[in-house]
Design a protein around this ligand. Structure first.
Ligand code: TEU
Length: 558
């Protein structure tokens, strides 16, 4: 069997630092808190962690608006604490990846302040434009250069009084888009990566890549071209969906930047030796554009893998077994030959997994995540089946919800419910903080759903999760073949097999009624078989021997 590099089959875990563990009682998670709980990852069987941004930031988008890419945000701790955290993680055998946000910087960054002041070094660091003279009021402020819209609502252009020009922001007004046609910007990005690599980080999750490059006015008669209007234009004005982002998203030039980063990191790996440092790219795009992050037909190589969001975007509680199989095979079919797959059911931008699916599907979904070929990704809390927290309009802090929503509609946009603090135990504030108020409220169900309880219970989501991370050490799961098929609208199987090694079979009833599997229909399933892991509400205990011809699975049972 070939030697696998760590990232090809690891259990990767996303920490949302603001909500993981508060060590100093200010109601906000911090690095020292993560440090104190590092053993959790050893106990859970996690191999690698990626952390949402921890850099200096005014926190308009909770760290995705970075004002200094080389400093630690003061609420999260100090550089010394970061160095210690990295050292301790490595001592425990855990890899640590940072969130690299190259698309934009905070309007409080030195880059932006100097750019706005036309300091020649930074003048072209962002996308600046005069705008279009208003034919009706020639003496008033010009109109925005194009109809481009921000992901967080409203125009993507913001007027700067100081510079007398518009700047582009595809996210919040306070997140100015870098100009990636400027070589100095590209150079700065290498410097930032090098700074953290020199500290010893194991790589980066790279943020918001589809938005990296926009159409060049030079190719459009000197003007920023308008995006075409979508069918929604008649219903909503200047909102997301109003336009089709033809000139602002998925531009082919952006991939060359990613390929250059890969060359850089490969070079770094070669020069420095040690364990491989990696880049995992983030971007919601169609399957073709997503696969280009892996590399292109001309042999260019990009990210070690692009994050696979298909379980987030393509399936939900409304999906049947065939939808699941189709979604899984989609990625495996389009992926370039020899590439590494990855799977995830949630992150800090989307409703939590048990809420988006059903509560009774937690163990089945974690099993699927862990048993598919490639790397599994867990969002903080999925190991204990944490659900969305309720966050009232008054408590809402997500910039997207505040900008796009109002008291009646904010819940359609808010990412806060997936970001409420982690449930360590059933004590005050779920053991997250000693402060009586936390930056987001603690979800009401923390006494039912928390880590301490699940460690004590004979059966729990957490125990299933531990069994799964252990199971992943089997050669069959790292190196084996797969076979996936729907047996009915509600039931599908995933078989992992490898020559003379044990075969592992996942049977999953994603439907809402009991369903029967005829075991002869599951290839490679030899009988008698043994129940190795089962969902917590299953009537089958671990170790149960299956020798009959058919099995009835309860709704959600796996
Ligand atoms: O998200 C990028 C992204 O594609 C967003 O459009 C995402 O789909 C949106 O948040 C959904 O509501 C990344 C980060 O994950 C997100 O937290 C940041 O807000 C965003 O970049 C800007 O940095």
């Amino acid at each position: 069997l070939r030697n696998m590099d760590w990232w090809e089959h690891c259990s990767l875990y996303q920490i949302y630092p603001r909500s993981f563990k508060d060590s100093d009682g200010d109601g906000i998670g911090d690095l020292e808190g993560i440090m104190q709980e590092l053993e959790h990852f050893v106990d859970a069987g996690v191999d690698a962690i990626w952390m949402s941004p921890i850099f200096k930031s005014p926190m308009v988008d909770f760290g995705y608006d970075i004002s200094n890419f080389y400093e630690i945000h003061e609420e999260y701790g100090t550089m010394e604490q970061f160095d210690q955290l990295l050292k301790r993680a490595h001592e425990l055998g855990i890899k640590l990846l940072l969130d690299f946000v190259p698309n934009h910087a905070s309007n409080e960054s030195e880059y932006f302040i100097e750019s706005e002041a036309r300091n020649p070094i930074y003048e072209d660091f962002f996308i600046w434009d005069d705008g279009i003279p208003d034919p009706e009021n020639p003496n008033s402020r010009p109109l925005p250069p194009s109809n481009w819209v921000s992901q967080f609502g409203g125009s993507a252009w913001e007027w700067s009084e100081k510079r007398g020009q518009y700047y582009l922001h595809q996210f919040a007004v306070e997140q100015a888009d870098f100009n990636f046609r400027n070589p100095a910007v590209k150079q700065e990005m290498f410097e930032i990566m090098k700074f953290w690599l020199d500290k010893g980080v194991d790589g980066f999750r790279v943020d918001a890549l589809p938005y990296l490059i926009e159409a060049d006015p030079a190719d459009h008669g000197g003007k920023y071209p308008d995006d075409p209007l979508s069918g929604l234009a008649q219903f909503e004005s200047h909102q997301l969906g109003y336009t089709i982002p033809l000139y602002t998203k998925d531009l082919i030039e952006l991939y060359d930047v990613v390929y250059e980063w890969r060359e850089f990191i490969d070079e770094y790996n070669k020069e420095h030796g040690g364990d491989t440092r990696v880049i995992f790219s983030e971007g919601y795009a169609n399957i073709t554009m997503t696969m280009l992050y892996y590399g292109n037909e001309e042999g260019k190589i990009g990210a070690h893998f692009p994050f696979n969001f298909d379980f987030i975007t393509d399936v939900s509680s409304k999906s049947n077994a065939r939808d699941f199989v189709y979604t899984i095979l989609k990625w495996l079919t389009y992926m370039p030959y020899g590439a590494v797959a990855n799977w995830q059911f949630g992150n800090h931008d989307n409703n939590r997994m048990p809420t988006r699916f059903r509560h009774d599907m937690v163990d089945g979904l974690n099993s699927l995540n862990m048993m598919l070929p490639g790397t599994s990704v867990t969002y903080q809390g999925e190991e204990i089946g944490m659900r969305d927290g309720y966050v009232s309009w008054e408590d809402t802090v997500d910039v997207e919800a505040c900008n796009r929503g109002d008291e009646d509609t904010y819940h359609l946009y808010s990412r806060d419910p997936a970001r409420t603090p982690y449930h360590w135990n059933d004590g005050p504030n779920a053991g997250f903080s000693t402060n009586s108020s936390t930056w987001l409220p603690i979800a009401q169900d923390y006494q039912e759903i928390n880590l301490a309880k699940q460690k004590a219970d004979a059966r729990s989501h957490y125990k299933v999760y531990q069994a799964l991370t252990a199971l992943r050490k089997e050669k069959t799961l790292s190196h084996g073949e797969y076979d996936i098929r729907a047996l009915s609208d509600s039931l599908f199987y995933l078989v992992r097999y490898l020559s003379t090694h044990d075969t592992f079979v996942l049977l999953f009833n994603v439907g809402t009624a009991p369903d029967t599997v005829v075991l002869d229909r599951v290839p490679y399933l030899r009988r008698p078989a043994t129940v190795y892991i089962s969902s917590i509400h299953s009537s089958r205990n671990i170790g149960t021997v299956i020798n009959q011809d058919q099995l009835v699975l309860a709704p959600g049972e796996a």
